[in-house]
Design a protein around this ligand. Structure first.
Ligand code: ARG
Ligand code: ZN
Length: 885
């Protein structure tokens, strides 16, 4: 906590460390009321910084310093300086050993950063700057050291003692305590340090790497969760194999461990050899986790595993380079998920997520580039931009270089920088060198914030048989960046003839057509490309597979969009055409609502959806995606001024129209799939995910009819199922329905049955928090009092407060501002408990510029109230102050 304003750190001020740490020996004495940490650091002057011996400044926060020893001599208090964030002393010569003893209090650490207790277990979260809350250190990623860690704890309460690397020794002491020593042979920055002590069970397996080494795999969980580990274990083995095949990356230690903890700020953490996971990102079984949760577990297990190379073996020089590991690793896990399930559906989900949430971030007060120029609190920069847009930037490189060129570039990157802490520029350089190309202009994607707009115009010349595409790119100003330079935008495209066939594509000056689908590298503010030998007026299919994170603007008519929905050979663009058609239709309804007219739906949307629904050869997951209307959050994002009430009314009206017009085909497909669900036990596979996705979206439409046979089917699906996917979907549909008695009964039964499973209770909170029916705020306020709710658990906060503020737009944005007041109250309380979570929950209030004048005033007033509420953490201060500028 602080009262004074936190300092801004700039990338341009980066300097290499003055000192290096060759060896780090840590020993932890874990007790119920304190933990003693002894650190022995073998250090030396960094030769790259010259010969002199400036003072050594170690980072350290919230540490009670007990003693300092320099080269085996205990220092007197006058021989060092301590303040609330540093320990400073004078090294006697270029090589020396510093030892510190500190006392810390994991038992009262509610920020969940550094060493803390989750339930009965000790665990750590050090990224980005948590290690300094454990001991005095050079807590920066370019200081890499070999770690040896000894932990001791009471044997009975903490039979399992884990740290990074390989176990090398253990034993018991006579006072009921025991100890273990772990040695990590790989040099690593402190943010990858981890420690766990607890009463844990583990599921064991093994993996033989491509060079024939055996690796022991262990997933540690609290005993009651031992039956929920198999899916994560299978996912881990698939990830290990995939990284060998897709990137040539082999695992490097003899053991790989995952530990599930209930209280965790993020999804998971890639600590070397000892990944620590939010239990929601590892535990999954049919009865308690939905299909979406199963897929999330698979993706996060892969993500953290892939970090072993993209992050650990090659790490970041400084935190401005965060996307070097995160953007690349998200790109890698997306490739894995695409290969494990449906690639098109994975792309659709990722793009919908990016356009809804990252585009909103990029248009808001916290907009920053993929490689930010400055920050106050680095925790605030674990963002959609760094992760998701960062992944898109890597994806564009692959599109431009081709799969093979990209692989050569990644091979060179890993080989050249193994064991180093490097920058985004080093990544680009490896891509350039492996491919003999110049990516200077491409690098602007790392430095420029904001979502580019790409306008395309088409001109067909029948006489000449040419089709000219003219591209105009622009990018709106973002905080600190008034003016933007043109980017390299890869545009994958095809030209379709009247039958929907792709035409051969030959640019003016080319001898032969280079296929029927190609990538244009658009790199000027305005640029034209002319295709020759085009026999008829074509319809362009643009930005296929969403080949760049831009807002594409092309004047498609609704009939053209219907044509693309039917005929585009790019699956992503077929879905996209349907979305754009729905956007046009919904925006028309929004206008009607605002003018007080009665709503009239363009029947073409119904015709299009009917043909999708009746197409038995289409992947069912695609059918489900195409039946899903653009979400309210996306409709808000693309509005200049978002009218939340009109958007909700328009979308609900359209859903009802679809439900009544398509009742028969929806009911048929629902029943067919429900029958399959009844007949076969749950399987977590793409085909089954697809079947249930269609079944559940069909049910959500059908229920709008309020017919008794649908209510009965819904109740049956709620009760008679072996899996959470069907049960939760039925519960959500009931909760959003007008059947008060039935929904109450289902909610009570559910909570009764699952009260001891916190992850299932999160889903129960989430379904209610997202319900748009009137009275949403009051329902959420009542749920805050439920015995299963606590502000101290981030998953609970996200499930109830986060779902309300981010998904329940009509209730959160109620005109009297009470939704905003509620969120601000929670942020003020969270600020004192867990600054990282507090700062994240704030995001919806920072988007105040999107709404009408009255809501803007109410939202700003709440931000100002937070700012004036007393001692603010740096995390909350940064977000609030920047969003009020
Ligand atoms: N590196 C972790 C991951 O991608 C996230 C750690 C985030 N930590 C934080 N303090 N924000 O998967
Ligand atoms: Zn990551």
């Amino acid at each position: 906590m602080r009262t004074e304003q936190p300092k801004t750190i700039y990338l341009k001020d980066y300097q290499a460390p003055e000192y290096l740490i060759d060896e780090t020996h840590l020993s932890f004495e874990l007790h119920e009321d304190r933990t003693l940490v002894h650190a022995r650091l073998a250090m030396r002057r960094n030769p790259a910084r010259g010969a002199g011996l400036p003072p050594l400044v170690l980072d350290g926060q919230q540490l009670e310093l007990l003693s300092v020893v320099l080269d085996d001599r205990e220092l007197g208090a006058h021989e060092y300086q301590v303040d609330d964030s540093h320990l400073t002393l004078q090294p006697p010569q270029a090589e020396f050993v510093v030892e510190t003893r500190v006392c810390i209090h994991p038992e009262s650490n509610t920020a969940l950063e550094g060493l803390y207790k989750s339930g009965r277990m000790f665990c750590t979260q050090c990224e980005a700057e948590g290690f300094r809350k454990i001991t005095y250190y050079l807590d920066r990623p370019d200081v890499m050291s070999r770690f040896t860690t000894t932990l001791s704890a009471e044997q009975q309460r903490y039979p399992v003692l884990l740290s990074n690397g390989n176990p090398v020794a253990s034993g018991s002491a006579d006072n009921g305590r025991h100890w273990a020593t772990w040695e990590d042979p790989f040099r690593k920055p402190a943010y990858l340090f981890a420690l766990v002590a607890g009463d844990l069970w583990c599921v064991e397996d093994e993996f033989t790497t491509m060079s024939g080494r055996n690796v022991a795999l262990r997933i540690y969980v609290e005993p009651e969760n031992i039956d929920k580990c198999q899916h994560a274990m299978d996912s881990l083995k698939r990830s290990m194999r995939w990284d060998e095949e897709a990137y040539g990356r082999e695992y490097d230690l003899d053991i790989f461990m995952i530990v599930a903890v209930n209280d965790f700020n993020m999804g998971a953490m890639e600590n070397k050899g000892l990944n620590i996971f939010n239990s929601s990102a590892v535990l999954a079984k049919a009865e308690t986790a939905t299909d979406a949760a199963h897929q999330r577990v698979e993706a996060i297990v892969a993500h953290e595993y892939f970090h072993n190379w993209s992050g650990n073996r090659v790490t970041c020089r400084d935190w401005f380079q965060l996307s070097l590991k995160e953007g690349f690793t998200v790109f890698r896990d997306a490739g894995f998920s695409a290969d494990m399930n449906s690639a098109t559906v994975k792309r659709i989900e990722d793009v919908a997520y990016l356009r809804t949430h990252q585009f909103a971030e990029d248009a808001g007060p916290m907009a920053h580039s993929v490689r930010p120029d400055s920050y106050m609190e680095i925790s605030n920069f674990y963002t959609l931009t760094v992760y998701e847009k960062g992944s898109e930037v890597v994806g564009m490189l692959r599109t431009l270089l081709g799969a093979e060129g990209f692989r050569q570039g990644s091979d060179l990157y890993f080989q050249r920088h193994d064991g180093q802490a490097v920058t985004c520029d080093d990544f680009i350089k490896a891509m350039e060198d492996a491919n003999g190309v110049d990516l200077t202009q491409f690098k602007r994607w790392y430095g420029q914030a904001g979502t580019p707009r790409l306008e395309v115009a088409e001109q067909y010349d029948a006489k000449a048989g040419t089709c000219t595409l003219t591209f105009r790119q622009s990018c709106p100003p973002t905080p600190g960046q008034a003016h933007k330079e043109p980017l390299v935008i890869p545009v994958a495209l095809a030209l379709l003839d009247g039958q929907g066939r792709e035409l051969p594509l030959r640019l003016a000056g080319e001898g032969e057509a280079a296929g029927t689908s190609r990538v244009l590298a658009v790199n000027a503010a305005e640029q034209s490309f002319t295709f020759e030998g085009i026999p008829e007026q074509p319809l362009p299919s643009l930005l296929r597979g969403f080949s760049a994170p831009v807002k594409l603007v092309y004047p498609y008519s609704r009939d053209q969009l219907m044509f693309l929905m039917q005929h585009d050979s790019d699956g992503f663009n077929r879905w996209e055409a349907g979305q754009q058609l729905a956007v046009q239709v919904l925006q028309e309804l929004v206008g009607q609502h605002q003018r007080g007219e009665s709503l009239v739906l363009d029947r073409r949307l119904l015709v299009a959806l009917k043909s999708v629904l009746e197409n038995q050869s289409l992947d069912q997951a695609m059918v489900a995606e195409m039946l899903s209307l653009p979400g309210e959050a996306y409709l808000i994002e693309i509005s200049a001024v978002a009218d939340v009430v009109a958007i909700h009314a328009a979308r609900e009206f359209a859903r009802r129209e679809i439900a009544s017009a398509l009742y028969e085909p929806l009911w048929q497909r629902y029943q067919a799939n429900r029958e399959l669900s009844r007949q076969s036990p749950y399987v977590a596979s793409a085909e089954h995910f697809a079947r249930r996705a269609l079944q559940n979206i069909a049910l959500s439409y059908l229920m709008l009819s309020e017919r008794p046979e649908v209510l009965a089917a819904c109740q049956d699906q709620y009760q008679a199922t072996d899996n959470m996917t069907e049960r939760l979907a039925a519960l959500a549909v009931l909760v959003n329905s007008p059947f008060e008695a039935e929904k109450t009964e289902a909610l009570v039964l559910f909570a009764d049955y699952f009260q001891d499973d916190p992850l299932v209770m999160d889903q129960w909170f989430g379904v209610q928090a997202g319900c748009p029916l009137p009275g949403g705020l009051e329902r959420v306020q009542a749920l805050m009092e439920h015995p299963a709710f606590t502000l101290k658990n981030p998953n609970k906060v996200r499930a109830l407060i986060g779902a309300f503020a981010n998904q329940n737009h009509v209730n959160f944005h109620r005109a009297d501002g009470q939704g905003y007041r509620f969120l601000a109250d929670q942020v003020i309380m969270l600020n004192a408990l867990n600054p990282q979570i507090a700062a994240r929950q704030l995001a919806p209030l920072t988007r105040w510029r999107k709404y009408d004048a009255s809501r803007q005033a109410l939202m700003k007033a709440e931000l100002e109230r937070i700012l004036a509420s007393g001692e603010l953490s740096g995390d909350v201060y940064e977000v609030v102050s920047k969003s009020l500028v």
